[in-house]
Design a protein around this ligand. Structure first.
Ligand code: AP5
Length: 215
């Protein structure tokens, strides 16, 4: 059986990155994440596209979406190279969803559903390893030694866009742009809603079962 093509949807902080890591380990697929790809290229000059800002960094620090031309190209290349994937952070608006539909077929569409105030709490408390990207939380998921990654010994930092003001803007952008995308997928055979407000292990049981059943 071919490796599954999984789309994971949800608000910022819903746990997409957390569950995607487990999906990669269990199902042997690639993690295609536009957020990480953009962070790795945040100072790329995109001024020639006649955009509002000249770099992805400026959009991300404002909590706004990076222009579709930039993100669509990243996703197309990554999906072409992957033998099965979990796609995380894309599509974020109806135009991106239309583009995705043209370039690939999805086996499972997961929606991690979490209430807004819980999202603010999770994101402002998130700490990320500077070296390997592992996620922690100041209350719910602490490392053994404060400020140090259990996996690789790297330094734990707060992402530039995890300040409360930017988090609230990201959630507004999500409501306006991405909620309509989720509504489009609802009702499709591939679509599964998962209650994301439980502990990561409980969420994972539903995520794993949904992929095993649909793929
Ligand atoms: P991106 O990096 O994609 O961020 P995001 O979607 O805002 O999502 P996050 O990574 O913040 O959250 P997550 O759902 O992965 O949660 P996590 O597992 O870390 O995008 C950043 C920016 O890039 C965007 O604002 C935009 O500018 C740009 N961009 C990206 N894609 C784009 C696109 N397609 N088009 C245009 N622009 C784009 O969990 C969060 C925290 O909660 C962690 O601390 C974790 O430990 C904790 N946690 C996780 N699960 C649980 C649980 N079950 N219970 C308790 N705590 C939990």
């Amino acid at each position: 059986m071919a490796n599954p093509n999984v789309l994971i949807l949800g608000a910022p902080g819903a746990g997409k990155g957390t569950q995607s890591s487990r999906i990669v380990e269990e199902f042997g697929v690639e993690h295609v994440t536009t957020g990480d790809a953009l962070r790795a290229n945040k100072d790329m000059d995109i001024g020639h596209l006649d955009t509002e800002y000249d770099t992805p960094r400026a959009y991300m620090e404002a909590g706004e979406l990076v222009p579709d031309e930039v993100v669509n190209e990243i996703v197309k290349t990554a999906l072409q190279e992957a033998d099965g994937y979990v796609l995380d952070g894309y599509p974020r608006n109806p135009a991106q969803a239309e583009y995705l539909d043209e370039i690939t077929d999805l086996d499972v569409v997961l929606h991690l559903d979490v209430a807004k105030e819980e999202l603010v709490d999770r994101l402002t408390g998130r700490r990320v390893c500077d070296e390997c990207g592992t996620n922690y939380h100041v209350e719910y998921d602490q490392p053994e030694e404060e400020g140090v990654c259990d996996e690789c010994g790297g330094e734990l930092i707060q992402r530039d866009d995890d300040t409360e003001e930017t988090v609230r803007e990201r959630l507004n952008v999500y409501e306006d742009n991405t909620v309509p995308v989720i509504e489009q997928y609802e009702g499709d055979d591939e679509f599964v809603r998962v209650d994301g407000e439980r502990a990561p292990d409980a969420v994972w049981e539903d995520v794993r079962d949904a992929i095993a059943e649909k793929a």
